[in-house]
Design a protein around this ligand. Structure first.
Ligand code: SF4
Ligand code: SF4
Length: 350
């Protein structure tokens, strides 16, 4: 497999360059404007191959548990063939705890066979030597969830270092965990971080859990953002669901690395039941997904109701009402596009 892929997405008016080894990505609009979406298909597919998880954490947005279902290998192959045909470049395997899937190594191999780079997020349980070997062979990077007890995460970081695998920490940020995040940033736990590629902060989504824990109710958001501004020793990333929190400090970031919600524009989610949604957080809500047993992946992407609705909301505000009243007067609107259009998780009030 070549290291860099250069693609002319002419139907979508942009070029893309994707470094398959490093996972780095550049899009450049052919008409001088930032590309808004890929009309052929997503660049990234988030696939839940199981809703099984032995940890059964009470904050899990999927309510994953020990009775969770596994996607069949046949269904996975059915998706991945379609994904290759519509130009998907990366697959993020999630769950549940994806590495507990009985055919996990086969899934990694199959993904790569279709010229797509897999990555996954683990809670650290069930990571065998064979899985580390396969990860090194097939994956771009992995992420480990950061919550107590931390020894599982620490073991994964140590093993990834041993195997030469790029590993990120996924830190779920809410009203309760923000103080721990500040501590991690301020007190530079270098021993933990020296073998880690980056800490990626994920905005809390109250799907099966209480909205009282929403990040916006924390009194320490500015303190957290100040800690972010000071970090020089290691890399920090965020999910695009954090954009309304970062909008006030975007001058601290390189412009090209800042992106508003890309669900339904460049990424999509498929559940273990083969239901397609713009992002994983639609699952288990009242929103209707697209059944891939009936419709093709491309048809769902191009014409699914939730996809077209979300793209309409995220498109320039002149074509629609502003999602939040404040957005109309906000100088950061072009960067943020109103944050999350689906869940009440933005810093700014609706
Ligand atoms: S729709 Fe909301 S929750 Fe989903 S990816 Fe976009 S910002 Fe995040
Ligand atoms: S007011 Fe709207 S555009 Fe401005 S930061 Fe808040 S959500 Fe984003």
């Amino acid at each position: 497999m070549g290291k860099c892929l250069l693609r002319n997405c002419k139907e979508s008016n942009y070029f893309l360059c994707f470094d398959r080894d490093e996972g780095k990505f550049i899009r450049r609009g052919t008409n001088g404007e930032n590309p808004f979406w890929n009309v052929i298909g997503p660049e990234l597919l988030d696939i839940s191959i199981t809703n099984f998880c032995e940890r059964e954490c009470d904050f899990c947005y999927r309510a994953s548990n020990r009775h969770g279902k596994f996607m069949s290998l046949k269904d996975y192959e059915y998706i991945i063939e379609q994904a290759e045909n519509i130009g998907v470049l990366q697959v993020a395997l999630g769950g549940g705890n994806p590495n507990q899937h009985p055919a996990f190594i086969k899934i990694l191999e199959l993904t790569r066979k279709h010229w797509i780079i897999p990555s996954y997020t683990t809670n650290g349980q069930g990571m065998s030597e064979e899985i580390y070997f396969a990860t090194k062979k097939y994956c771009g990077a992995i992420a480990v969830s950061w919550y107590p007890p931390y020894n599982d995460a620490m073991n994964v970081i140590e093993k990834c270092h041993e195997f030469g695998i790029k590993v990120n920490i996924h830190f779920m940020l809410n009203k309760e965990t923000i103080n721990e995040a500040i501590d991690l940033l301020e007190n530079h736990h270098i021993d933990i971080l020296k073998n880690t590629n980056a800490i990626v902060f994920l905005n809390y989504k109250p799907i099966h859990t209480s909205s009282d824990l929403n990040l916006k109710f924390s009194e320490n958001i500015d303190k957290f953002l100040n800690s972010i501004k000071k970090v020089r020793e290691f890399k920090i990333g965020f999910d695009s669901c954090m954009i309304s929190y970062l909008a006030p400090i975007t001058e601290y970031f390189i412009d090209e690395t800042v992106e508003f919600c890309d669900a339904g524009r460049f990424s999509a989610f498929i559940s273990e039941d083969l239901i397609l949604y713009p992002c994983s957080f639609y699952n288990d809500t009242k929103k209707t997904g697209i059944d891939l047993n009936i419709h093709s992946l491309q048809a769902g992407w191009q014409g699914g109701t939730e996809f077209t609705k979300l793209r309409e909301k995220l498109s320039v505000a002149s074509k629609q009402e502003y999602p939040i009243e404040l957005c109309e007067r906000c100088q950061k609107y072009q960067i943020c596009h109103g944050g999350c259009q689906v869940f009440d998780i933005n810093r700014c009030e609706r």
